[in-house]
Each structure stands twice: as C-alpha cells, then as structure tokens.
Design a protein. Structure first.
Length: 372
C-alpha cells in the first residue's frame, strides 16, 4: 500500500517538474511577483498640482515654495477659471490650489486669509493623502506667520501651551508600507497557487482521459487523492520557503521576530485547508477553464474578506470569521512583525486546524463520491 502511494507521489512530482510553464509560474509567484508588489507605495510622490493665483503676492509665493518635491510637482499655472475643470476632468492634475485676490493683503493686515484646494475625488485615497500633506504645510506656514508678523520668537513659540500629540507605531515604526503589500501578495499568491495546483492536478486527469486508467487499476480512491494532495502541499511548502528566504527577508527587509518553524507548521494546516478547496473544485469542473473560473469565484471573496474586521458591516464580519486566509494572515503578521509564539496564537492555529479538517473532509467526501 505505502509503496503504491510512494509511486503515485513520485508520478505527481514528475508531472509537475515536466510542466515547465507551471513551474515558471510558481517560481515567479514566489519571487518576482511578491517583490514587484512592494514597489507600490501609498505615499504621494511628485503629485501633479495646478496653481490658480489671482493675487500674485509674496505670501502666495511663500506657500507655493513649500508645495515642492518630493511630494508635489507644480505642472500647470492656470490663468482662466475654466481651465480648472478641464485639467481635472482630463486627469492632467489631481489638485488645484486657488489663491483669491487680496490673499497677501489680508495677511499683512492681520486678518484671516483663505485659500481653496480642489481635489480629484475619483481617487479618494490619494486625494485624502494629498489634502493631509497640504494641511500640514499650511499649519507650518501659520507658524511662520506667528514668528514674522506677531514678532514671536522661536523660543517663545515653543513654550506657548498647546496640546501635543506623540505618535508611536508598534511593530512597524517607520510605517514601511511595502512590508504590508509584500505580505498581502505573499498570502494571496500562496492561496491561489495552492487551490489551482490541487484542482488542476485532478482536472488534467479527467481532461486527458487518464482518470479512467487510474480507476481500473488496483489503486484506491483515497490513495489517488492523497498522492495529489501530498505532492501539491510539498510544492507549496517549497514555494513558501523560497518566498521567505529569497524575497521577504533579504530583498524586502521584513523582520522575522518569531519562530519560523511555528509559521511553517501553521502553513501546513493552511495548505491542508486550501487543498480541500481544490479537491472540491476538481469535482465540479470538467476542464481547465472551468477550474480557473470556479477558483476565482471562491478565492476572490475569500481574499476580500481576509482583512481587518473593524469598520465593516456586521454581516460581513460574520463572513470574515469563516475565511481561513484571515487567520493565516493574522498568524503570519504575528510571527514576523510582532514576534508572537505559537502558544500565544494557539486560537488562530486551532481555528485553522478546524477549518482545514472540515474543508478537507468535505472536499475528500465529494472527491470519493464522484470518482468512486
């Protein structure tokens, strides 16, 4: 029995190693795909802005001197009000700063001056970031006015009572967003590869007609299923190892504060769960195209429902609690960034084990029922 199982597993490894396109996809997903996702940044750099200056005073020039690189880039100087709508609608600029006439005189006469900031709301995240940067720049300019106009010295300005805010970011002190993007891509690509490898391994047997040959041999159904699951889990384990030690740690600089073997152990539980999903998909698919479509039908909602629970609707919170990817991501963040141990995150590991057992049992039952 075990010798037959060994031969089946060997057959699966040989089929995988001879499938060069699939091998390239797995290696690409574990390396370059994760690295390229880290090149995306949530910070704004050289954000294109236009200026509509109706005052042309020294005060407006002082403000514009602060709206410089690396955050902003003044690409257009507007002379007509109609150009504002045209530039934003065409996507040429994302921010228009308007200085009304009399801006400088109001500041010279110790009055409150107003400036207008018009943003492209179609890209809400970038617009909010840009507005936050501009707000900080305006506050900095107000401090300069306090020193220059009211003759308040820098020493006096610093001792005036005010409410101070001290920010401290734990686990990622420098707010390196590439860590988050690389982690998210790592978890998603491992999930995608795991489901597709398991599903396509069985569907290919059906599509090429070799499943009938396997069924007339003395092999049992569970032996066929076990060989495919074990081999694909081994491939996933190797892909995870490559992703961590060639991309996440050396290239992206992500710290590893916890025990890597604890992460590998929980990864096996997660691979067990997504292998069950792949088995289920293989039983309802007749060809590779259907496999891919069914996989995306399941994976896209699972990935979407794997973030933070806070701030979402109650009914979505219930759905997020049944996504195994959520618990795997929480465990990964805990091991790498927080330095948590397996004993501290035993609940996540237990939930993954339960989900894995239930999902795999359902997929295995469906598999044995269809291919018996």
């Amino acid at each position: 029995m075990f010798f037959r199982l060994f031969l089946l597993i060997k057959k699966e490894f040989l089929q995988f190693s001879r499938n060069i396109p699939l091998l390239i996809i797995v290696l690409y997903g574990a390396t370059l795909d994760i690295h390229s996702s880290g090149e995306v940044s949530m910070d704004i750099r050289n954000y294109p802005i236009a200026v509509y200056d109706l005052d042309h005073s020294q005060q407006t020039r002082d403000v514009l001197n602060k709206l410089r690189r690396p955050f902003f880039k003044i690409t257009h100087v507007i002379n007509q009000e109609n150009d504002i709508t045209d530039l934003i609608e065409r996507g040429v600029v994302s921010v228009v700063v308007v200085f009304p006439e009399g801006f400088g005189k109001k500041i010279d006469s110790y009055k409150t001056a107003q400036m207008q900031v018009i943003l492209d709301g179609s890209n809400s995240n970038s617009s909010q970031l840009a507005l936050g940067y501009i707000d900080n720049i305006v506050n900095e300019y107000n401090g300069d006015i306090l020193v220059s106009k009211w003759q308040v010295s820098n020493i006096t300005k610093d001792i005036v009572p005010y409410l101070g805010l001290r920010q401290r970011y734990l686990f990622n002190p420098n707010i390196i967003d590439r860590w988050t993007f690389c982690f998210q891509e790592f978890f998603m690509i491992i999930t995608l590869i795991g489901v597709l490898l398991t599903a396509t391994a069985m569907v290919n047997e059906k599509q090429f007609g070799t499943i009938e040959q396997l069924m007339v041999t003395p092999l049992r159904t569970w032996e066929i299923m076990t060989a495919k699951v074990v081999s694909m889990m081994a491939v996933l384990f190797v892909a995870t190892f490559i992703a961590i030690f060639t991309t996440l740690l050396p290239m992206e600089g992500i710290p590893l504060l916890g025990n890597i073997w604890a992460f590998f152990l929980v990864s096996l539980l997660y691979f067990f769960a997504i292998a069950g999903i792949g088995l289920f998909i293989s039983t309802i698919s007749n060809n590779l195209s259907e496999t891919i479509l069914f996989s995306y039908l399941i994976l896209v909602p699972m990935m979407f429902l794997s973030g933070k629970i806070d701030g979402v609707a109650p009914w979505m919170q219930m759905l997020m609690k049944i996504s195994p990817l959520k618990y795997y991501m929480d465990f990964g963040y805990g091991i790498f960034l927080k330095g948590n141990s397996l004993f501290l995150m035993w609940k996540e590991a237990l939930i993954l084990f339960v989900f894995g057992a239930v999902i795999f049992s359902a997929g295995a039952y469906r598999f044995r029922k269809v291919f018996r």
